[in-house]
Structure formats: C-alpha cells, structure tokens
Design a protein around this ligand. Structure first.
Ligand code: HEM
Length: 542
C-alpha cells in the first residue's frame, strides 16, 4: 500500500516536473493538441503541409519525431517510469538539474518524454533550438505554469476578468501585458524608485545589525529576512505605499505581518500542490483552501491599494510635477481595476522568491570569492562612495562590475532550471521534426554549466561579462536568458535589478560578507531556492 502511494506520488510528481518548468511561471501544459500517436502519424505524413518554402525543405529533410532520443516508452506509463527509484533514475524531485545532467549523458542534447494523454515534451540543451523557438513565437507566446492560481482566479470570477499575466495566455494575457509593460520597462519610471528602494535597503542593513548574533552570523532562517526585504521592495511599487515589513516592532496583527504570512503560505502551497499528485484538481484539499485564503487576503489588500491610488489620482492637481507611479501609469493606459488588481498580485507572486533567492546566491558567491568581493567593493566605493552615500541613477550606469557579478551569479544559480514554450507551429529542432503543440523546455541551467559554452563553467568569474576583458565570454546568446525572452519576458526585470543593485551596494558599503559552511546549491522549486541555511556573517567594515 505504502509502495503504491509512493509510486503514485512519484508519477504525479514526474508528471508535474515535466509539465512544469520551474520558473517564476509554472503552469501545467494544457495545449489542446492531438494525442502523441496522432501527432506522430501526422508528423510522418508531414501534417498535410504544402512543401515549397525553405522551412518545408528543412522539414522534409529532418528526421521524424519518433527517432528523437528517448528513454523507453512503456504502455500506460510512457517515459514517466524514468523518475522512479530502482527502475528509473530515482532522483529526488527537488533536484531536477541532476536529472537533466543524467539524461544529457544518456541521450545527448535533445530528448523527448511521453506522458500518456499529454502533449509531447521536448528538452533541449542546444541554444540554437531555444533561439529558433523564441524567434519564431507568435503574438501570444504560451508558457506552462501556476495552474493553482489559474484555478483560484477562475473560481473568483466576480473579482477577476482573466488569469492574469503570470498564469494566463492568449488575448486576455496580452490585454494586461500590453498596458503594463511600458510602465515597467521604461528606465525613467523605474529610476523613480531609486530613492525609496535605497531607503528600504538601508532599513535592511539596520535590521541585519539588529538580528545578527554575537559572531556576526545570521540565524539559519535568514532567507525569511530576505523575503521581507523583497516583499517591501515589490510592495512599494505594487501598492504605491510602504508596507513596513522591515519594521522592528511589527505587530502580529499588522497588515505587513499578515502579508508576510500570506506570501510565505502561498509560495509553500503553490510549490507543494503543483509538485505533487494533482488531487487538488478534483477535491478541495486543506492546502488548496489555505492557498485560497492567502490569495483572498492578497486580493483584498491589492484591491484596497488600487482603489486608494485611483482616489489619490482624482485629487492630484493637473499641474502636479510629480511623476506618476507605475500603478498610476496602469490607469493612465486604461487598465481596469480588476486587471490592475491581478497585476499587483502577480507582481507579488513573481517578485519575492525570485529577487530574494537570486540576491542570496549572489551574496554566497561574493562570500566564497573574497577577492571578487573586494574588487566589487572598490568599484562601489569609487563610484558611489562609503557608507551613507546614496546610489543615484547616474552611478548605476557606472557599476559595471556589480552588473557582471549579478549576471554571473544568475548564470550559475538562475531563478529557474530553464524556460519553456508551447510551440504554435511545427518546427525542426536539432534536426528532428517537432509537432505544433509540443512543450519545449530550454535547459538553461544545464547549458550554462557546460564547459563548451563557458570555460571552467562552475567557477564564479564576473569578468566573463565585462566587454574587452581577457576573460570576456563569447557564448551563444541563448545559452543564458535569466529573464526570459520576447513579449513574455520578465516584466519586473528592471525593478528586480534595481532592488539587487541597491541592496548589494549597501551591504558591501557596510559589511564584509563571509560564509563558512557547505556549498549552497539549488533546490528545485517553482523558483530555484538555496539548499542550505543562509548563515552569512556580516562583519562591520570599520
Ligand atoms: C532576479 C529576479 C527575477 C528573475 C530572475 C525573474 C525571471 C523571470 C523569468 C525567467 C520569467 C519568464 C520569462 C519568459 O517566459 O520569457 C519571468 C516572468 C515574469 N516575471 Fe520575473 N524575474 C525576477 C523578478 C521579478 C519581479 C521583481 C517581478 C515583479 C514585477 C517579476 C514579475 C514577472 C512577471 C509578472 C512575469 C510574467 C510575465 C509574462 O508572462 O508576461 N519578476 N521572470
């Protein structure tokens, strides 16, 4: 009985793993395509295409899909047995990168998985394949992920008009995205947040001093402190106000504390529900109910601040010289209250784990590479000045080594093992015909760790990202895409970078960072998470 439960759970998890590419954006693939066998049949008969264009010549010359490497496809199980212990790889579900390394060794750069009743699943470690998929994607690129959020929003139909931009797709996704992306991607808009994000970073420094132990070390739960910083930072943009998550006297019943709890609960629940057997789709499990409660709180709070912003805008003098905030810009561009609410929640869902884990990994690499930390500190002290000196938008343009350190850290410990698209046309990938409707996963983390793309790939070498440096890397651009690509790329990229620049600058102005424990790798979750407690030491510089 126990074995059956384990088997069932593992298969469920496998199903998830292979329909879920952990990014800020995980949703089970629901593309309506023909069954794999029908697809294969069509595929070998060339899908009724008119074979005249260059693409068709390429298609005609390509190898059939069923010749693409795969582990054995078993009746009923497809390739899902491959994760099981003993008969399969037996690699824990939170170590997906290890599975990718193993399959790469066994099958090469591209392989397919077959899950009965689901669209074909292709994993590729060739940047050329990623480039082809991303460069040919249509108007509404489709990406799997966040199925639980989608279900929640479908149930609360009175509060939402769509699944939002994180979980949604098609025209409804574009309706929101098209109004949100300009405000987010315009440097000037984001630079308006330089002072407040600097203030938040300073409060975090004060908090480090408050909570550190006698040996200057952080307690093992320091990642929760990183979440507070990230929530406060993304909250100031989403809610157009300070939440107060870093307040040393936070009351248990305060809104900030409730937000922190709702965020923690949401991430834990989404991870567990979307990585386990999808029982929640058929019965309302206690975890699903808790997730819905947390999301209800997010929704009410987001709606409150959205309405508050609209009221404030009504009373803003016409000749006000104050630049509109990003939330105000949404309304200026005609976004509805419901869409603005869902957008704010998506910012919280996508902007906490990502920024906090990524910054934690960066601190780890700086602690482990003291000479690089010193080099970065020198740049900061030269460009910005010693502690107390504030970062200005102008200074940000000159912090080249800081940006290189972040890129290098994102290469080694990206927010996700890869990215994915459901392709809306037949494509030839690595010489094989891949049918429309397939889910293609680009294995960025695996590629980024290959010596053929980055010599001495495991080493932290920020100089790879500095133009003209002898160590500058000349890799294929699609090997590393930490914020994704195209119209579906991370909308919060500039904001996330600004948060990281501000916090790292302040930390290095104030402290020497050390870490004396086991190497920190990635736990595969919706967003890659540190697999060790973040017991950093923050030692005052003077
Ligand atoms: C270091 C921090 C972050 C990283 C590495 C990151 C990475 C990513 C990636 C890889 C994607 C998928 C892009 C694609 O499919 O091409 C994405 C999507 C997204 N990110 Fe981020 N992200 C970060 C921080 C943030 C922040 C702070 C926000 C808050 C605004 C945010 C909001 C979003 C949203 C809303 C999407 C979905 C966009 C869409 O589907 O149209 N992210 N992010």
């Amino acid at each position: 009985m126990m074995a059956n439960i384990n088997l069932g759970r593992r298969l469920g998890v496998f199903y998830q793993q292979h329909f879920v590419i952990q990014t800020c954006i995980v949703r089970r693939c629901k593309a309506s395509v023909a069954s794999p066998s029908a697809v294969l049949k069509n595929n070998t008969s060339n899908n009724g295409r008119d074979h005249s264009t260059t693409e068709d010549v390429e298609w005609n010359n390509a190898k059939p899909f069923d010749e693409m490497p795969s582990i054995r496809v078993l009746p009923l199980l497809g390739t899902s047995w491959g994760l099981l212990p003993i008969v399969g790889a037996g690699i824990p579900v939170d170590r997906v990168l290890e599975l990718h390394k193993l399959r790469f060794k066994e099958l090469g750069y591209i392989w397919r998985d077959t899950i009965p009743g689901a669209p074909p699943l292709i994993s590729t470690a060739r940047p050329e394949d990623a480039e082809k998929v991303l460069r040919t994607e249509g108007k509404f690129p489709d990406r799997p992920g966040f199925e639980t959020l989608k279900a929640y929003r479908a149930e609360r139909i009175d509060q939402f008009t769509s699944a939002g931009i994180l979980a949604g797709g098609g025209e409804p996704w574009w309706n929101i995205r098209s109004k949100a992306q300009q405000p987010f991607l315009k440097t000037k808009n984001v630079n308006n947040y330089v002072p407040v994000l600097g203030q938040i970073a300073q409060e975090f420094i004060d908090r480090i001093r408050l909570i550190r132990q006698e040996n200057n070390e952080m307690k093992p739960d320091f990642v929760n402190e990183m979440y507070r910083w990230a929530l406060e930072s993304v909250g100031v943009v989403g809610f157009n106000t300070r939440l107060g998550c870093l307040d040393p006297n936070l009351k248990p019943d305060s809104e900030a504390q409730k937000m922190i709890s709702a965020a923690n609960l949401s991430f834990a629940a989404v991870n567990e529900l979307e990585y386990g057997l999808p029982v929640w789709k058929y019965i309302s499990t206690p975890k699903l109910r808790r997730l819905y409660e947390a999301q209800d709180f997010f929704t009410d709070t987001a709606l409150k601040y959205v309405k508050q912003t609209i009221e404030m805008m009504k009373h803003k003098p016409a000749d006000s010289e104050e630049d509109p905030s990003i939330l105000e810009e949404f309304f200026i561009r005609g976004m509805s209250v419901k869409d603005a609410t869902v957008m704010v929640i998506d910012m919280l869902m996508a902007g906490i784990d990502t920024t906090s884990h990524t910054t934690s990994f960066l601190l780890y690499f700086l602690a482990r590479n003291p000479e690089k930390q010193e080099k970065l500190r020198n740049e900061i002290l030269t460009v910005v000045g010693p502690k107390g000196k504030l970062v200005t938008p102008g200074a940000l343009n000159e912090l080249h080594y800081l940006k290189a350190c972040i890129k290098e850290s994102l290469r080694l410990r990206p927010a996700a093992v890869g990215n994915a698209r459901i392709i809306d046309k037949d494509l030839v990938l690595s010489g094989y015909r891949v049918p429309k409707g397939s889910l293609v996963i680009f294995l960025h983390q695996l590629m980024a760790l290959m010596d053929e793309y980055f010599p001495n790939a495991e080493a932290f070498v920020p100089e790879r990202w500095i133009k003209g440096d002898p160590l500058e890397s000349h890799h294929h651009k699609y090997v590393v895409l930490p914020f994704g690509f195209g119209t579906r790329m991370c909308i919060g990229r500039r904001l996330a970078e600004l948060e990281m620049w501000q916090l790292t600058t302040k930390i290095l102005q104030n402290f020497k960072v050390e870490y004396h424990y086991e190497d920190i790798g990635c736990l595969s979750r919706i967003v890659n998470a540190p697999d060790q407690p973040l017991r950093f030491r923050f030692i005052d510089l003077d």
